[in-house]
Design a protein around this ligand. Structure first.
Ligand SMILES: [Mn+2]
Length: 527
């Protein structure tokens, strides 16, 4: 680790404010307009035509948070303008990802609108055409060499799209299309009522937390807190927060919504978000919590097995097992990235085909481009910089693993190290510091949560929490007070006599109206 400066409050304010000094779109009123998205007007006009002619409209979403939120925004919007639409969240196990033949077989006529998927649905687009279905693709994933044949394609990553900020999520694209439809219809739907939902998708899809994403999540989390959606009333009751931070979404809310599609069916989570009353929302929420607990157990088992297989000398971690659960391999990849600080590919089997999920974390490695360089071994792939999905033939596994490890990686920064702002003196840690950290929320990709080193401390009251005692809790002392510090998924054994160097982020723990300062430990080194 390189030597870090000692941080005080003034320095911290300077560092954090400088991150945003050249940014556009700092208020909701400054957000770019929907017509800046290529094809958005064309698509909206087609939708209005469909409404006027009473055509069937079918929304096709995805089973992750972004896809589910995209779908719920669309469904809710059409509800607001009093037009009944059909919607389908593909089932990962039954239909696979995105618009596919099996999904098109379920649609008889009219207009199909994809949300958070579709940009790689070449064959499905042709099937739609042959079946006389008009297709509007809204997506945000990387546009490949071939573009599907569709009536309109709204995707900021199109080369010919001049939208001023490219890294928005699927739900934002869907929201923008709704905003344009609203305009075409001269309707009075308040588009800001969707910001609560949008904040979930932007955080969960790991969009860069800068520029318009920062603004939308910042305000979205405030809307979330006072949201009148039954689902969010239930959520707020459970969370008991006076304010939200991005990690509340990332660690607590998103995993529950994701667990539906990972283990069973994304519609369960969609029904939660669209619940019409508190009791419906309550039931759906309890079920999601159950699924999420199951998901954790499966994931912990697979993570342990995957770690055993990892070859630490590889630049890119590639592991595979026949019996791994397809729904959790993406998270397992994230856990490997955390532990080894390298891009990770986790595969599970589907007959002779291996389905894989890749994560690059906060490394400067572009996964889509990385896979593109070894695409001769790949059947199909899609995704973006920090997350991707792919499939390969089982017999090509070793070749793929070898080839991807031959690719010269552009740049590999130490993820944790490069995000550390400096050494923090425990005597400087007080609520002034906490408030300053909150002021620059939400944090995320490209605007990382401030991390600090704390050197030469010892731990008291060492304890372990969680079902498998996987989380570590310790107390550390300044000259005047004692702080709680948590390490999730701890792998290091420590003793009360050990002298420790820590990398931490600092936040609050709100519990039953009591607020205390809490450290989240990223890394522990025993001296
Ligand atoms: Mn997405």
């Amino acid at each position: 680790m390189t030597a870090k400066p000692k941080i005080n409050l003034n320095m911290l304010e300077q560092i954090l404010s400088s991150r945003h000094k050249d940014e556009d779109f700092n208020t909701l009123a400054q957000l770019p307009k929907p017509d800046q998205l290529k094809d958005c007007i064309k698509a909206a006009k087609r939708v209005v035509h469909a409404i006027q002619n009473g055509e069937n409209i079918t929304i096709v979403g995805d089973y992750d948070v972004d896809g589910i939120v995209s779908t719920s925004i669309m469904v809710d919007f059409f509800d607001e303008i009093n037009y009944k639409v059909e919607y389908i969240i593909p089932n990962r196990f039954e239909h696979g990802y995105g618009l596919s033949k099996k999904i098109i077989d379920m649609i008889d006529s009219g207009l199909v609108i994809t949300v958070d998927n579709g940009i790689s649905a070449y064959d499905a687009a042709t099937l739609c055409k042959n079946k006389g279905l008009d297709l509007i693709i809204t997506d945000h994933h990387t546009v490949g060499d071939i573009i599907p044949e569709a009536y309109a394609i709204v995707n900021p990553k199109r080369e010919d799209c001049n939208f001023p900020f490219k890294d928005i999520c699927g739900a934002q694209v869907a929201w923008y299309l709704c905003a344009q439809i609203k305009k075409e219809l001269n309707s009075n739907v308040n588009m800001s009522k969707f910001l609560d939902l949008l904040s979930l998708a932007i955080v969960a899809d790991i969009m860069p937390m800068i520029s318009l994403n920062h603004t939308m999540v910042k305000y979205g989390m405030q809307y979330l807190l006072k949201s009148q959606r039954p689902s969010f009333i239930v959520l707020n009751q459970m969370m008991q927060k006076s304010k939200y931070v991005a990690d509340d979404i990332g660690f607590f809310i998103a995993p529950r919504i994701n667990s539906a599609g990972r283990l069973e069916d994304g519609s369960i989570a969609l029904n939660f978000l669209l619940a019409k009353n508190i009791s419906q929302a309550q039931d759906a929420f309890e079920y999601l919590t159950q699924l999420n607990n199951q998901r954790k157990e499966i994931q912990n088992n697979i993570t342990a097995q995957a770690i055993e297989q990892v070859d630490e000398n590889d630049n890119v971690l590639v592991v595979y097992n026949d019996n791994w659960h397809e729904g959790v391999i993406g998270i397992v990849a994230s856990r490997l990235v955390e532990q080894f600080n390298k891009p990770a590919f986790i595969f599970c089997a589907n007959n002779d085909i291996l389905k894989g999920s890749a994560r690059s974390g906060e490394n400067d490695i572009h996964l889509y481009e990385l896979i593109d360089q070894v695409k001769e071994y790949v059947i199909g792939f899609g995704g973006h910089k920090s997350a991707a999905g792919l499939s390969i033939k089982k017999e090509k596994f070793n070749l793929f693993k070898e080839a991807i490890n031959q690719v010269k990686l552009e740049k590999q920064t130490d993820m944790i190290d490069s995000n550390i702002l400096g050494e923090i003196d425990l005597n400087c840690v007080n609520f002034d510091l906490i408030n300053l950290l909150y002021k620059y929320e939400p944090y995320g990709l490209e605007n990382t949560k401030p991390k600090f080193t704390i050197s030469n401390v010892s731990a008291s009251n060492i304890s372990y929490m969680g079902k498998n005692k996987e989380h570590l809790k310790i107390y550390i002392k300044s000259s005047t007070r004692t702080y709680e510090a948590i390490k999730f998924n701890n792998t290091i054994k420590i003793d009360k006599d050990d002298i420790l160097d820590l990398v931490v982020s600092i936040g609050e723990n709100e519990f039953r109206g009591n607020t205390k300062i809490q450290f989240l430990i990223e890394k522990i080194t025993v001296q």
